[in-house]
Design a protein around this ligand. Structure first.
Ligand code: SF4
Length: 280
């Protein structure tokens, strides 16, 4: 009988679980309307089930007075949060505590006179939020971008939580020798690295891999890429009904992993669906 194995670390991370819990609790309350500023997580089926419970997605923080605006795990700039408060809304802050740590670090470095460098993906909501907390900071995606940057004597570095350690190391190495004082706050979240390592380990040991998560989720797409380098028969799905029996033909061991926005219940649904397909 073929074996279905779930990666040691897969699916919703601490920050996503926390955000889902906060919103579920708010939805059960008797207060006014609840809005999330952008989709709460990159998982269309979770977002639509929240909609069924009256939690709607908005893109403007100035929601109606008396309603609740949920800030998602990526965090926002202080200006965005203030706009919601000015409009008379209650702010439910679901920003992941690890992202908050990056915000606080950037703020502190700027206050202490460091030129702040944020290592991350320019334009990503999390990076925009961090920059909002240290408005003089500069975003660099790689060490190469430092070549054209004028550096001050004191430089402080913070990192987007989902960046790789290798990229941070490259940026830090490129700064050593170019500045008098360098202070690095490693704000990388271990959940991302843990998911990626577990995914690679499993993909090397199986005949087919199924990666679950939104197609608009960068961390899920990255997991699928990692899996594919070790196991060419890798398939990225959002829901169990996308599974195809043909993918499993001849496979003795099938691996499952899932992005940080995939709750455990969705992983279990896919595991069951794979077992049914194999039995059928
Ligand atoms: S991946 Fe890490 S930083 Fe991002 S939401 Fe999850 S726990 Fe927080």
């Amino acid at each position: 009988m073929p074996e279905v194995i779930i990666a040691d670390e897969a699916g919703a991370c601490y920050g996503v679980e926390r955000a889902l819990r906060l919103v579920s609790e708010a939805a059960e309350g008797t207060g006014g309307a609840i809005h999330t500023l952008g989709p709460l997580i990159h998982n269309p089926s979770v977002v639509s089930s929240l909609e069924e419970r009256g939690v709607t997605v908005v893109f403007d923080p100035a929601v109606e007075a008396g309603s609740t605006l949920v800030l998602r795990t990526h965090g926002v700039t202080p200006q965005v949060e203030q706009a919601a408060r000015n409009a008379g809304a209650t702010v439910l802050d679901a920003t992941c505590p690890f992202v908050k740590r990056a915000h606080r670090a950037a703020e502190r470095l700027e206050r202490e006179g460091y030129q702040v460098i944020v290592v991350g993906e320019r334009g990503h909501p999390e990076v925009e939020g961090t920059v909002g907390h240290a408005p003089t900071s500069t975003v660099v995606t790689s060490a190469r971008e430092l070549d054209s940057l004028e550096l001050s004597r004191k430089v402080g570095v913070v990192v987007q939580t989902t960046q790789s350690k290798d990229n941070l190391r490259a940026v830090v190495s490129a700064l050593v020798g170019r500045v008098d004082e360098l202070l690095v706050v490693d704000t990388i979240c271990e959940a991302t690295a843990g998911h990626q390592e577990a995914c690679a380990r499993l993909a090397r040991a199986v005949d087919a891999m199924v990666v679950i998560g939104g197609r608009n989720s960068a961390n899920t797409t990255h997991l699928a890429d990692i899996a594919r380098t070790h196991c060419p028969a890798t398939h990225h799905i959002e829901t169990p009904d996308e599974l195809e029996a043909a993918w499993l033909v001849g496979a003795e061991r099938i691996g499952i992993t899932a992005g940080a926005s995939t709750p455990a219940s969705q992983i279990e649904e896919v595991r069951r669906a794979i077992c049914e397909l194999m039995e059928g």
